[in-house]
Ligand binder design. Structure first.
Ligand SMILES: C[S@@+](CC[C@H](N)C(=O)[O-])C[C@H]1O[C@@H](n2cnc3c(N)ncnc32)[C@H](O)[C@@H]1O
Length: 262
């Protein structure tokens, strides 16, 4: 008698959003996913990696199974500043694809579940899902992945300032400091800015905006400032510089909202 064909065993990969700062921001689904992991893939992020790594370790300690899941460290490459931005990013992602593929193939057995803990939510300014897609496309390792959403810094910013991000029936643009320096697109009155290492909001002083700014949200070093941009820009620049000097790095995010003309 012939046996029914069994599907080949695959490796499962859970891409888990862990929230953007406080380990208590983990959803119950994310906590359950962490508890299911046999292997954790940890990406070492250089400069500010230690603080982020500490949060991940705390999450594994609180929610991971006993004995702990195996941890595999993947060294993150760096963007080559000598190359054009797009080319540098493509090359850096390519290195990460190979590292992910190798780890999944060599360190995770068929039938096991691996996980990667993504800061905030994986849908926002994070390349993990693009990298996993490329691993799947290359077809060198059989992997099925699931995404568990997390609380993003965007939501945390709105919650801390106790504001909705949009005005009634209006749009909100999400962008980066680098793009903000080229100006907001025509018709954009509300924009959330992330990944801004260069206080790019200062380019809009005198243009009729208010700002809701937050740094190190969800951590003991959290900073919040809100008000007309012309009044508070200098204060934010100073606070950011002090935080950077004290901590060595700083994550900040802000909403810019064009003031209604009277
Ligand atoms: C690489 S992106 C990752 C975003 C993340 N996936 C999310 O959902 O928030 C990093 C940027 O997110 C923002 N960010 C992340 N965590 C933050 C926090 N705790 N406080 C303030 N901004 C944060 C900053 O703009 C930072 O430059």
């Amino acid at each position: 008698m012939t046996q029914p064909a069994r599907p080949p065993p695959v490796r499962r990969l859970l891409v888990i959003g862990i929230g953007a700062g406080d380990p208590a921001l983990m959803t119950m689904q994310a906590a359950e996913a962490v508890a299911a992991l046999d292997v954790v893939l940890l990406v070492d992020k250089g400069e500010h990696g230690q603080d982020l790594a500490d949060v991940r370790q705390e999450i594994l300690r609180r929610h991971g199974r006993r004995p702990p899941a195996r941890s595999i460290e993947l060294r993150d490459g760096t963007r080559d500043p000598a190359l054009a931005y797009d080319e540098a990013v493509a090359r850096w992602h390519g290195e990460r694809v190979v590292a992910f593929e190798r780890a999944l193939r060599d360190e995770v057995a068929d039938g096991e579940t691996a996980g990667i803990l993504v800061w905030g939510d994986p849908s926002l300014y994070d390349s993990t899902l693009r990298i996993v897609d490329q691993v799947v496309e290359r077809g060198n390792v059989d992997v099925q992945h699931t995404v568990i959403p997390g609380v993003s810094s965007l939501q945390l910013l709105a919650a801390r300032h106790r504001i909705p991000l949009n005005r009634i029936g209006r749009a909100v643009h999400i962008t980066t400091g680098r793009l903000l320096r080229q100006g907001l697109p025509p018709g954009v009155d509300d924009a959330v800015v992330m990944l801004d290492a260069a206080v790019s909001f200062t380019t809009l002083v005198g243009e009729g905006f208010e700002i809701f700014w937050g740094a190190s949200l969800g951590t003991p070093d959290e900073l919040l400032v809100a008000g007309p941009l012309d009044d508070v820009a200098d204060q934010i620049v100073a606070l950011r510089a002090q935080a950077r000097a004290r901590l060595g790095w700083v994550f900040d995010i802000y909403l810019l909202r064009r003031l209604e003309r009277a």
